[in-house]
Structures are given as C-alpha cells and as structure tokens.
Design a protein around this ligand. Structure first.
Ligand code: COI
Length: 355
C-alpha cells in the first residue's frame, strides 16, 4: 500500500500521558520523549503500514544485525508551534529524501515517502501538546531505520524497523562552542558513508571527540582524511567560516553531509545579499585569517544545533579566539531561519509545511 492516507494509520494511545511530569521551561536536548511513537516494519520484501503506539522499549533478538553490523540510519528534523497553536515542519521532504539516500548506501530498502510524511503528520496530531512554544525550543523528531532481522551472517538484513520518536527539546549546546581542528582521526573517506546519516558515522566520532573534550573543546572539526588540510564538517553540524565579509562553506561530497540547515543558509545568504563561496577551505587559510584579524566568525549549522557560533578553535596545540562582534552573520541568519520555521516571517522559499 503506497498511497497511504493518515486515516489508514492505526493509533493506540497511552492510558495516561506523561506530559505533566515535563518541565517545558527547562528543556534540555533529546532527554524526555513524547507519549507516542510511530513504528513500521519491513518483512517479506515490503514495508507494512505504520502504526502509532505508546512510546516503549523494543524487544530484539540478540542476533539482530543492527547489533553486529551497525546497519542503521537516522534523520533529524523539528516541529514548531506558532502563536495560534498551528504546527509546522521545516523542509521535511528533504529529510525523507536524505533518509532514502542513506538507505540506499546502507543496503536498506527505501521507505515510501507517504509512509514518512503521513506517518509523521499523524504522530504530530496525536502528540501536538508535546510541541514546546518557548523561544528556542521545539519538538525534535528522530526518524530512524535499523536492521531488525536475525542472523550472524555479514550481509544485509531481510527485516527492518522504521521508528519516529520525538523529544521536546531546548538548545543542543548549553554554552559557548569551542572546537578542535582534527589532525589525526577522520570522520569519513572518499567512497565511504560520510554523506549518509549512518549511525556508525557518529559512533566513530565519539572517541576523538572524548579526547577533544578532555582538552577543553566541545566538538571536533573534521578535516579531509588524506592530508588533514581542508576543513570539512563538525560532529553534529556543517561548518561556516566568515573571512572578512565573505561566508565560506565546504562543498558537499562523499565525505560531507548535505545538511538541510546548511543549504537553507546558502539560500538565505543569497537572498540577503551576503557574499558567500562554496569551496574547499584550507586549515592554513583559517589560521592565517585568525592571525591577521580577518577571521570574523565561525559557526556550525544543523537541525539540532540550528546556528551555533564558535567562540574559538584549537590547532597544533595553539588556541585561537574569534572576535566578539555585534550584528554577526550567524545572528542574522539564525533569526531569519528560525522566524521562517516558527511562522513569524514570510516564507518566500516555500520551506514551511503546515500540519
Ligand atoms: C541533527 O542535527 O538533527 C542531527 O542529526 C545531528 C545529531 C548528531 C544531533
């Protein structure tokens, strides 16, 4: 059944909501979960119709391939409520498209777009009260697919589970963000899975990030795996660098995630008349710009991180501070994008989707 309508989706509601236990004024990121989740399984060569069920633990066979071979992908997007209590998503079709790009790379069967979109809309209608309204908070949505089929054979699973879980969330970073430019470890390589939202891409970053955190940084800036010469992306976000008045970001590639926030920023920059370049950025030009005062801003961009200014970076045992400017590109772009997301501003790009 590919032409799913949300009326085909069975909904089983919780007997008692947990919503009154949640402090919506002090939300952290992704720590409390809404009452319901969407679940949909793939068996015998087809995706079954999704269902909405109470948020609950899963039972899996110890031989499920996710545990052994990491065959899993995910997405991240957000739902926002405006002053009239209307609910909006931001470019959700892009997330669905990217989920299937990731699926293909990980040999996971593609999910029909209607299952994703109609399933998500139904879930949001059921858990509408869980969407926060406080400035800076939103309902973080985590769609994911993993290999739930059994067996130790190192080959793609024949069964999969697609889930959408949601979490009312505040900011991803709690304070200033500092980064360490990586000189040894790599996040991804040509021909690898760097462009996919593969679960293992993130697991592979944890150890180098722990080392960076021990040195006092929040995140690692990944460089190319070959010579660690070019700036690529950070653990949870794409990277933008402003040298003088030009905003620069790396082109997407086999190794770099095609971020929805990243491409939205480029469209907004163009519309705002901000000079920008999509090109390879060398570490040495960033260090040189920092040394001669031309490095004005660095910021990360991602669904979870939104636009997170970077206050300093470390490279070759030396720390560099970013200037504390007023009227930054980061704040201008962040306001523009969040105003579109929360229906406070006109959406000339057609990105907002009303639920
Ligand atoms: C997102 O920004 O939604 C992501 O998926 C990044 C994740 C590591 C929090």
């Amino acid at each position: 059944m590919l032409n799913l309508k949300n009326s085909n989706i069975e909904v089983t509601k919780v007997s008692a909501s947990k919503i009154n236990d949640v402090d919506f004024d002090n939300l952290s990121f992704g720590k409390v979960f809404s009452d319901h989740m969407l679940i949909c399984t793939y068996k015998n060569g087809a995706w079954n119709v999704p269902e909405i069920v109470p948020y609950q633990p899963l039972t899996l066979d110890p031989s499920a391939k996710i545990f052994h071979y990491g065959q899993a992908i995910f997405e991240g997007l957000k739902a926002y409520k405006d002053a009239n209590n209307d609910v909006f998503l931001f470019r959700p079709y892009e997330n669905c498209k990217r989920l299937n790009i990731s699926a293909k790379r990980l040999a996971i069967p593609e999910l029909p777009e209607t299952y994703f979109m109609e399933g998500l809309k139904t879930l949001l209608q059921v858990d509408k009260e869980w969407i926060p309204t406080k400035d800076g908070s939103s309902l973080y949505i985590r769609p994911f697919i993993f290999a739930s089929g059994e067996g130790f054979h190192a080959s793609p699973s024949n069964e999969y589970t697609f889930i959408i879980a949601t979490a009312p969330s505040g900011a991803y970073f709690s304070g200033e963000v500092t980064v360490l430019i990586e000189e040894h470890y790599s996040r991804s390589a040509n021909g690898g899975v760097g462009y996919a939202k593969a679960a293992g891409n993130y697991a592979g970053q944890f150890y180098p990030t722990q080392l960076a955190v021990k040195k006092g940084y929040n995140q690692v800036i990944w460089t190319d795996d070959n010579a660690h010469e070019y700036i690529e992306e950070a653990g949870a976000m794409n990277i933008f660098i402003r040298i003088n008045d030009t905003l620069i970001t790396s082109p997407t590639s086999d190794r770099i995630l095609d971020g929805v926030t990243r491409k939205s920023i480029l469209d907004i920059a163009k519309n705002e008349g901000i000079d920008f370049e999509v090109r390879k950025i060398t570490v040495s030009e960033v260090v040189e710009a920092a040394n001669n005062g031309n490095l004005k801003e660095m910021f990360g961009a991602g669904t979870a991180a939104v636009i997170s200014p970077i206050s300093g970076f470390g490279y070759k045992n030396k720390d560099y501070k970013l200037p504390n400017l007023e009227n930054t590109y980061a704040s201008k772009l962040k306001k523009r994008i969040t105003d579109i997301q929360t229906n406070k501003a006109e959406d000339i790009f057609g990105w907002r989707v009303k639920i």
